[in-house]
Design a protein. Structure first.
Ligand SMILES: [Zn+2]
Length: 295
């Protein structure tokens, strides 16, 4: 018996901590434990930053709270959960027979790091008045791009798994509370991958380019829709080799790694969102990989 002797040796306070950890692990539901009424779960889990992918019979309609959720020809759909997801959402599936079944979805909470970044130019932490209009215009353009869901025949290619857009050391993760030059700022929603300036950035799955723009904070940025309401963003690029409206395939070069915008060195910041709800690209990639939806 390892545990009792371990507890005796290290004291009851730490033992309680271990016990709490075990209970916490036990309450982490595996994929199969999430029951959806009226839909089959194909992948994922209701967790902050994650997704569920499920399928309904032909002709069924899906809503999340008051929002209509798009399904593809096979009845597949996706739901994404923001870092600060509302406590409970209602998923309703209405069959072709008019019967509605519902499931309450609550995203499991996660704990997040605090990340301090110093040495940023002050104009990027507290922007001067003369760039506020540009920042507002940037936000409008990004918001509009995220409403474009036509993936140009590449919708759902990501269900075969996401490739990494670039290989390198992970230097930033999803959800970290940011303290920039000592001042608390919004959380970080991307994963940062350090790589040399000029390293090719490849589309991790097929989709359509919805925005190419040099944004104040994000520098040269490319947005891609992958279908199912899922959008990707690639930030701080040195150069861009695609244009808005282009259809890209998995592996198509979209640009090169850089350090444009609010950045302290060459890296790629890769982000995903579902209908504007910020997802954890690393987690979603893992959730899809373990499910093997499309072989
Ligand atoms: Zn970043």
């Amino acid at each position: 018996m390892l545990f009792p002797s371990l507890f005796a040796a290290i004291g009851s306070c730490f033992a309680q901590f271990i016990l709490a950890m075990l209970i916490c692990l036990a309450s982490t539901l595996p994929v199969s434990a999430l029951q959806l009424n009226g839909a089959n779960l194909l992948a994922g889990e209701a967790v902050e930053g994650g997704v569920i992918i499920a399928a309904v019979p032909a002709g069924a309609q899906v809503t999340l709270d008051d929002m209509s959720v798009a399904t593809d020809a096979d009845g597949r759909f996706m739901i994404g959960f923001h870092r600060d997801s509302p406590d409970i959402m209602i998923l309703r599936v209405t069959g072709a027979d008019g019967v509605t079944q519902q499931t309450t979805l609550g995203a499991r909470q996660r704990l997040y790091d605090i990340q301090r970044i110093d040495g940023l130019k002050s104009a990027y932490v507290s922007p001067p008045d003369d760039v506020l209009a540009r920042i507002a215009a940037d936000a409008d353009d990004v918001k509009r791009a995220r409403t474009r869901h036509d993936a140009g025949g590449q919708a759902g290619d990501f269900l075969r798994g996401f490739d990494m857009p670039v290989t390198g050391r992970i230097t930033g993760i999803y959800g970290s509370q940011r303290i920039l030059n000592g001042a608390p700022r919004a959380p970080h929603y991307g994963i940062d991958i350090a790589a040399a300036k000029g390293t090719p950035v490849l589309a991790p799955a097929g989709g359509r380019v919805t925005l190419v723009k040099d944004l104040y904070f994000s520098g040269w940025t490319v947005l891609i829709t992958h279908g199912f309401g899922l959008n990707a963003a690639f930030l701080h690029m040195d150069s861009v080799s695609v244009a808005s409206g282009d259809v890209v395939r998995r592996g198509t070069q979209i640009g090169t790694v850089g350090s444009t915008g609010r950045s302290t060195g060459p890296h790629l910041d890769w982000r995903l969102d579902w209908q504007g709800r910020r997802l954890d690209a690393a987690l979603v990639r893992q959730q899809i990989a373990v499910s093997r939806i499309s072989g």
